[in-house]
Ligand binder design. Structure first.
Ligand code: HAM
Length: 422
């Protein structure tokens, strides 16, 4: 790369061809599955008021404290590039009064998110999520349906070895007592904790439970377990969910340390973890957040959702996708008159799918056939001055090298027939 060329900002992941074709295949499967379950797409703003994330994800979280792309615009408003989708979907749910038009709202989104994290394999500063949120359904049946749907997506994509980790974080009735218990446990071990966890003992002691710092991991061994402090309603919700997952044959591990890095969760939290991903092993995550709609100014509305890390999903699914299809035929003109004759055929055939390639440069027969071979086409249709005068095209089967003749007048129809026969 030359010195004066401009590059992407570090950690901003872009998707280039041919990878972008594979992303589209996976995205189409995601859309088909979700729309089958009654979800509709939201295309949301990428820039929001900073306050939205501070109030939803939580002031004391890593995301809000350290990872947001926040800046003042020209009118001195504090704006933030969205670090996740849930807060924006809830903002939209309230802003456009979705709850009024239908009792249950199922919404999905696909797009880039931005977090100032240290870039490494599977972790980027611009990454992409496939996410979904369901509003208005408090039943654990909703949690189960959504989790099974996610497992079905992995199955459809032949992604194996993904394990569902599940926990309940309780509700406003039972969590405060647990927090107090945990706080006093952590205060006794305060000096062993990292500076972030020490600082958060008062406001957000649960974060210490999934802090990755080895000293913190050791310090929380034997900490009180949230699932032993659940109220009856939360316990029933969790055991109801586990029962449905058992019935559906979906394996899971109850993981009482799973508290997640965002503050809005109530009851169910989950992560799908994949050993093949290395250190950044969560391919999808989410849970229930029954209070967030109200906290952001809406009517009390239960909600459940998830987001899949698109880059991580592609690391698991990429190799298993069907190979990309090649164009069907190469139109090989020899001379300007042949090119002119083949051009309308080429554009008509490619209206719905890429059927033909056509070189606009005057290249030799040999080099055009070499390129056709490289592109993996089935047929080359050769037209030179002789063929033009005889109103024919030579149809060369690129595998068998057999050559036949096709009438030029009906070439479009003849190629269409061959294409549909394949
Ligand atoms: P999250 O756990 O922060 O949850 O992110 C969800 C997924 O996004 C992660 O499991 C991971 O696959 C991917 N991801 C997160 N950060 C990065 C990164 N820096 N680089 C690459 N991939 C990343 C949420 O975002 C919640 N909004 C999920 C949710 C939806 N909860 C309820 N509804």
């Amino acid at each position: 790369m030359k010195k004066n060329q401009i590059k992407t900002v570090k950690g901003f992941n872009e998707v280039l061809p041919p990878e972008s074709f594979r992303w589209r295949m996976v995205e189409d499967k995601f859309r088909d599955l979700l729309e089958g379950y009654g979800f509709a797409e939201l295309r949301l703003a990428m820039l929001e008021s900073t306050e939205l994330f501070a109030r939803s994800i939580g002031d004391e979280t890593d995301i809000v404290e350290k990872e947001m792309y926040t800046f003042l615009d020209r009118s001195e408003r504090s704006l933030t590039l969205r670090p996740e989708g849930t807060a924006s979907v809830v903002r939209a749910f309230n802003q456009y009064s979705f709850g009024k038009t239908s009792e249950i709202n199922k919404l999905y989104y696909v797009g880039p998110m931005f977090r100032y994290e240290r870039p490494q394999k599977g972790r980027y500063r611009q990454f992409h999520q496939l996410g979904a949120e369901v509003f208005g359904e408090a039943s654990f049946y909703q949690d189960a349906e959504t989790l099974v749907m996610l497992a079905q997506l992995f199955h459809t994509l032949s992604v194996e070895g993904v394990i569902l980790h599940l926990n309940s974080l309780g509700c406003e009735a039972c969590r405060p007592a647990f927090r107090d218990q945990l706080k006093s446990f952590l205060l006794d071990r305060q000096t062993s904790l990292c500076s972030d966890c020490q600082r958060r003992i008062q406001e957000n002691p649960l974060r210490a439970l999934d802090c990755k710092n080895p000293a913190c991991r050791e310090a929380v061994v034997g900490a009180p377990q949230i699932n032993e402090s659940l109220c009856d309603d939360c316990r029933d919700h969790f055991s109801g969910l586990c029962g449905l997952l058992d019935d559906a044959g979906l394996d899971y591990q109850v993981n009482s340390q799973l508290v997640r890095g965002l503050d809005y969760y109530t009851r169910t939290t989950f992560e799908f973890l994949a050993g093949d991903l290395g250190a950044q092993n969560a391919v999808a995550a989410g849970g229930r957040y029954d209070r967030l709609v109200e906290e952001l100014g809406g009517k009390p509305t239960p909600a459940f959702g998830f987001a899949i890390g698109f880059e991580r999903l592609m690391m698991l699914a990429g190799d298993k996708l069907a190979p990309l299809s090649s164009p069907f035929a190469a139109l090989v003109p020899l001379g300007e008159a042949a090119l002119r004759r083949l051009f309308p055929i080429h554009v008509n055939l490619n209206r719905d799918a890429q059927v033909t390639t056509l070189s606009f440069q005057q290249k030799s027969l040999k080099s055009q056939l070499k390129k056709a071979d490289k592109d993996g086409v089935m047929y080359a249709l050769i037209v030179g001055p002789d063929e033009l005068s005889q109103e024919i095209a030579i149809c060369r089967n690129m595998r068998t090298k057999e050559q036949t003749q096709l009438p030029l007048r009906n070439l479009e129809e003849a190629l269409q027939e061959l294409y549909h026969e394949c």
